[in-house]
Design a protein around this ligand. Sequence first.
Ligand SMILES: Cc1ncc(COP(=O)(O)O)c(C=O)c1O
Length: 355
Amino acid sequence: MNTPSNLINRLSPSATLAMSQRSAELKAQGVDVINLSVGEPDFNTPEHIKEAAKQAIDDNFSRYSPVPGYPALRQAIVDKLKNENNLEYTINQISCSNGAKQSVCNVVMALVNEGDEVIVPAPYWVSYPEMVLMANGTPVIVAAGIEQDFKITAEQLEATITDKTKALILCSPSNPTGSVYSREELAALAAVLERHPQVYVIADEIYEHINYVGRHESIAQFAGVRDRVVIINGVSKAYAMTGWRIGFIAGPEWIVKACNKLQGQYTSGPWYHRRLPKPPTVALRSLWRRCARPSSVAATSSYSSAATSPASRSTSLREPSTSSPSAAPTSARSSATRSSRPLLTSPCISSRRAT
Ligand SMILES: Cc1ncc(COP(=O)(O)O)c(C=O)c1O
């Protein structure tokens, strides 16, 4: 019998990819379609990054890499987290993967047992519940509607946690809504989580630099939950490197080790060379440095202003707010600020140039 495994039968096909394909079909028929499905920026990978990558290829960085990524790359990520997010990590708390999607999936697989519940605030990125199902867990969807700016409240979180709850997947800035949790909102969620020490947080921050609302804040900054937070990030969105497949996690060492164990049997590490022709991988290290702080934003002290974020450089479809909403509590944000951000669209810049 040609029957796939129960795992495959349990999974739904990717709705995002189906929408994307449909949009391509309509475009081929001459229909003017704006594709808001896959999170594809409307600019290209910056030239200096491409040059660094070409150099790395010429330098023969083309062999198997260490499973969590080469130490110099992980050190560059440690530096990024310190410089941009004021968060302290060691390189043993970092693991690089073939895209942030794999990073999320690794963490879910590393944490979730059969029957465990994972809280997923809705609207959500469609892959989250499927990943939980892959791990034999139960996604618990918590609706956060427009009236609450698509963000769950501390009260909702408290009411949803049971003794089976293993994790919360928190995406901020959010795909698909673009909503951004403020520091105060994250503090309130962290206070709830402090009372439930069995609950981990998978903090998906892949849209860190595509932020139309206010300063990016990470729930990892709160000491009471810090040792239960795994940050997900990467270069796909902010630097238009979706095809390069470079993502990472930063979190407790035991979770990172578990992810490395899984990844070691599955895909191995992302692109890198294990024998260095010259001292620590100048090429990829500088590649990451440049990714982490492109020249146009290097002079700013934070990413609170959408006008300085890499994504704002080329967007024509959506105008970032020019005010400084970071100073205002989210609940007090003006309707003008809200209306500058289309609802229920991806925070990434989908456009006619999207591929
Ligand atoms: C919320 C969210 N997390 C993670 C990812 C995966 O990013 P990557 O392309 O680095 O795998 C995406 C991609 O669309 C996303 O929307």
